[in-house]
Design a binder for this molecule. Structure first.
Ligand SMILES: Nc1ncnc2c1ncn2[C@@H]1O[C@H](COP(=O)(O)OP(=O)(O)OP(=O)(O)O)[C@@H](O)[C@H]1O
Length: 315
């Protein structure tokens, strides 16, 4: 992993070394996290519920303080206060100005950040257009649908200038068109030099937008690489989806020619030699008198990489 020495990270938006955080002084929710994000990068934090993604974002945005470790954001120590905070944009999973209208909510946000009135007015209008909010500009926030509200929450961050934007599941509740629009905006802003760190459960989304991805589990990063590199680790591999109605566990536990991952609804086997794995499955089905309901072979997706990683298969 590429890391510069402490205090020498001109090109790094985030530099974290051995960062530890605990809510109760017992269990480390963020457990010796070491990573860096380059300026201008779009960096995705993925991982199952409770992995520590939101907590990591809260540490990087100074809402929480590490118990130990080194954490520098935009070259500044995390204790740098408003000098640092004014350079950050943050969209968390909840909170909004529910009492007021969409237009006013955007304006208030600009006001809080000290944007002059004439610039605010222009920005509000631009954002209403860009985020397709113009038709509801006079609606109160509490009258909006969940997805519309989410669009306002993301839009309002763009009321102020920033160098680093954090988005915690920004597309939750959005329809596919709105989602694509927000992702394209993120890409555009990154081309103009903005660094973006975001969390998502939607892997297609991470694949579409991220330059690099870190997969978290139990407060640790278990895989981190360029999106393409993560997929390349499985180049030439195929995914076999399988459904067995009888003696499933016995068959799956004996498979040796591929990596098996399972959850409640899904059994997949990632293999570099499909023919060999299918022969093995056929032989195991016979041996254990299992019943095959469904089998399908397809290319490896980012979902498979994620799924294998959270099941502990990727080094
Ligand atoms: N305010 C809090 N007080 C105590 N424990 C917390 C608090 N917030 C989160 N946790 C715990 O810390 C762990 C990590 O939570 P966190 O919200 O960072 O995970 P996450 O990866 O963002 O999950 P999700 O995908 O569900 O949003 C979980 O076990 C959670 O229960």
């Amino acid at each position: 992993m590429e890391l510069l020495k402490s205090g020498e990270q001109p090109d790094y938006a985030v530099y974290a070394k051995d960062v530890v955080f605990s809510y109760d002084n017992k269990k480390n929710v963020v457990d010796h996290l070491t990573f860096s994000v380059k300026k201008g990068e779009i960096f995705g934090l993925l991982g199952p519920n409770g992995a520590g993604k939101t907590t990591t974002i809260k540490l990087m945005t100074t809402l929480l303080r590490p118990v130990s470790g080194e954490l520098r954001i935009l070259g500044m120590d995390y204790r740098s206060g408003n000098r640092l905070r004014s350079r950050l944009g943050v969209v968390l999973q909840d909170e909004s100005f529910d009492f007021t209208t969409v237009e006013r909510a955007l304006d208030i946000y600009g006001y809080i950040w000290g944007v002059p009135r004439n610039i605010r007015k222009k920005r509000v209008n631009d954002l209403l257009e860009k985020f397709d909010l113009y038709d509801f500009r006079n609606k109160r926030m509490w009258d909006l649908s969940g997805g519309q509200k989410r669009r306002v929450q993301v839009a309002r961050e763009f009321m102020h200038d920033m160098d680093l934007l954090f988005l915690d599941e920004p597309t939750t509740g959005l329809d596919p068109i709105s989602r694509r629009k927000i992702l394209d905006m993120i890409k555009d802003m990154s081309r103009n030099g903005l660094t973006v760190i975001f969390t998502t459960h939607i892997l297609e989304e991470a694949d579409y937008v991220c330059d690099r991805i870190a997969i978290m589990r139990s407060g640790k990063i278990v895989a981190m690489d360029k999106t393409e590199e993560l997929k390349k680790r499985y180049a030439g591999a195929k995914t076999i989806e399988i459904s067995l109605s009888k003696n499933r566990d016995r068959v799956l536990s004996m498979i040796s020619t591929g990596e098996v991952s399972s959850d409640d609804n899904n059994d997949i086997i990632v293999t570099k030699d499909v023919n060999k794995t299918i022969s093995e499955i056929t032989e195991l089905i016979k041996r254990f008198d299992a019943s095959l309901e469904y089998i399908n072979v397809r290319s490896v997706s980012l979902d498979d990489v994620f799924f294998n990683t959270i099941n502990g298969e990727v080094s």
